[in-house]
Design a protein around this ligand. Structure first.
Ligand SMILES: Nc1ncnc2c1ncn2[C@@H]1O[C@H](COP(=O)(O)OP(=O)(O)OP(=O)(O)O)[C@@H](O)[C@H]1O
Ligand SMILES: [Mg+2]
Length: 570
């Protein structure tokens, strides 16, 4: 016990009491010395510390428990003095912000904030001093790497034994807020799209009637009369209107598409000549195309429209010249898409990016660019990017933009890619379809007399189409609704060759009507017309394979060539 030192020492031992209870005793042991180094006796003074030790252990356990919670909860905790200087922070702060805890001690909390928000903190600190309540505030904190994080803070002044401290507890809502904003933006565009689509639909019918009527009169007026020129003017203007409504339909994803297997590189290469003409000589075009680019399935003219719109915008952004880079590449990791969009898709994707070195955009402008009719240009219609957005969405793709004033702009478009297997399967199907069409085409004999049953519920549209058809020397039987069409078909079943019908009519859809009529006229051909996609013939705007279809409004030439196409396939 004394280890050579003959002086007082202490010791803790357990003893067992008579009633078999363990007791922890703290001993103080004092030697009584006689002469030189001779112990005559030892005085033991024992104190029962069982209870005290228990209380101490509880305290330690309690402290560990609290400290574990404090450092592992998903909440940022700062304790501050009255000047707003950090006394302590928890490990979550370290994790989210990248600072070591000792770096933070003594730092003014305002220094961590985005510059513009530093005054906010001053106000909050003084308010906390005067009012005894919890304040909720949102602030952007800069991480050690300079990233901005959006934190929702609850702060209050609390009394503790060591005086009053200010407690800031915060949640990192950066990601959540991004997702919410993205969703809200999508919903907003969805609503605008619905509205635009509805308007475009009605407009299409009106324009079809105008164009067709004018076309029907034109051949009866001699071309040197002023009336002829006026009619031509009406036609031109109406056609411009038609192309506008087509863009609106694209935005609202109601455009009918004909997807095919495409190599985006080929599409771009084939457009290069035209693109160069558009951008002029002061803009240098660079193509950066991935040779092993995966294939996509999309409507070629839609993809061309996307590229055109983005290139024209890039040109407009560089009035004094600059660089335009079109890049394609495979997306290897979905994380890349996540970083842009905040969503992780399952499929493989390719990326088309178009970069310019132009004027760039402010945040405010960026937040509106996909809205129809939003434009900052004197002569812009503001439909370019709305169309692009609609097309990308219709093709299950994603679009993102990076831009800042004077820093140029890059648009990123992610499109789902085909796997090799998918590509081969589609190719095989396409080839066998072509062979079949060819075989059928060989067996045809075009009849001289062709009678068309025209079904359209809107009278002006019906009259106008009838006039066109008669112009081309077709016999026309007209019906204003499906029931009437069925009656006429029964009467003329030996003469009718083709059913030309609207898709959406009251009572019965165009395709239901066709299904009824083929029972009466087994060889009946059909051509559908509509300005609106509908699940009746198209799912999600993608045309079911092999369904003959013409978009309203159409010109007389377009109608004739479609009719010929349908009759050829007999
Ligand atoms: N590459 C770009 N650089 C700078 N601003 C752009 C760029 N692309 C689009 N914008 C901005 O977005 C707005 C909307 O573009 P959008 O293509 O939809 O319409 P627009 O070009 O103004 O008109 P439209 O394409 O119908 O002729 C533009 O007016 C412009 O302010
Ligand atoms: Mg544009």
């Amino acid at each position: 016990i004394f280890q050579g030192e003959l002086s007082q020492t202490t010791l803790e031992t357990e003893v067992i009491s008579k009633s078999k209870n363990k007791k922890l005793i703290s001993w103080s042991i004092t030697p009584l010395i006689l002469g030189e180094k001779e112990i005559e006796a030892v005085v033991l003074v024992g104190v029962d510390i069982t209870e005290r030790r228990k209380a101490e252990m509880n305290l330690i356990r309690e402290r560990d428990f609290i400290s574990t919670i404090l450092h592992t909860v998903d909440v940022l905790i700062f304790s501050l003095n009255h000047e707003g200087k950090i006394i302590r922070a928890n490990k979550t702060v370290e994790k989210v912000l990248g600072y070591k805890l000792n770096e933070l001690e003594g730092k003014y909390i305002g220094e961590l904030l985005d510059k513009e928000e530093r005054d906010d903190i001053k106000k909050i600190l003084s308010e906390l001093k005067s009012k005894r309540e919890i304040l909720v505030h949102e602030n952007h904190i800069l991480t050690r790497k300079g990233e901005k994080k959006l934190i929702v803070f609850h702060s209050n002044a609390v009394k503790s034994k060591s005086g009053e401290i200010i407690l800031f507890t915060g949640h990192d809502v950066t990601e959540r807020r991004k997702t919410e904003n993205r969703l809200r933006e999508m919903q907003r565009l969805e609503a605008v799209g619905k509205l635009a689509g509805g308007v475009a639909h009605d407009f299409n019918n009106i324009l079809t009637a105008i164009i067709s009527s004018v076309e029907a009169i034109l051949p009866t007026v001699s071309s040197n009369k002023p009336l002829y020129r006026n009619l031509k003017e009406i036609k031109t203007v109406a056609e411009r209107g038609a192309s506008l409504t087509r863009q609106l339909l694209a935005f609202s994803r109601k455009q009918i598409t004909r997807p095919e297997i495409l190599n985006l590189n080929t599409v771009i290469k084939e457009m290069t000549k035209m693109l160069k003409r558009i951008i002029g000589e002061n803009i240098e075009l660079t193509l950066n195309l991935d040779r092993n680019l995966r294939w996509i399935k999309a409507d070629r003219s839609q993809i061309e429209e996307v590229i055109m719109n983005l290139v024209v915008n890039a040109r407009d952004a560089m009035p004094r010249g600059g660089k335009l880079i079109i890049q394609t590449r495979n997306i290897i990791s979905t994380q890349e898409i996540y970083n842009f969009i905040g969503e992780k898709p399952h499929k493989k994707y390719i990326l088309l990016s178009i970069t310019d070195t132009g004027i760039g955009m402010t945040k405010e402008i960026i937040s509106h660019i996909y809205e129809p009719f939003f434009t900052t240009k004197r002569k812009g219609t503001g439909l370019g990017l709305s169309t692009v957005y609609g097309i990308v969405k219709q093709n299950k793709g994603y679009i993102a933009v990076k831009s800042a004033p004077t820093q140029g702009t890059t648009f990123y478009i992610f499109l789902p890619a085909l796997s090799k297997k998918e590509r081969e399967k589609i190719k095989k199907k396409e080839i066998s379809h072509k062979i079949e069409t060819y075989k059928k085409a060989k067996a045809i004999h075009l009849r001289k007399e062709i009678t068309i049953l025209l079904v359209e519920d809107e009278a002006p549209v019906r009259r106008a189409i009838k006039k066109i058809l008669q112009l081309y020397k077709f016999n026309v039987l007209e019906a204003k609704n499906p029931n009437e069409a069925i009656k006429i078909a029964q009467k003329y079943k030996h003469t009718i060759t083709l059913l030309l019908t609207d898709v959406i009519m009251p009572g019965m859809s165009g395709s239901d009507l066709f299904n009824r009529l083929v029972h009466i006229i087994p060889n009946l051909k059909v051509l559908y017309m509509s300005g609106y996609t509908d699940n009746v013939i198209a799912h999600d705007g993608i045309l079911k394979e092999g369904i003959p279809f013409i978009n309203k409004p159409f010109t007389s030439e377009e109608l004739l060539s479609k009719i010929k196409e349908v009759l050829q396939e007999e």
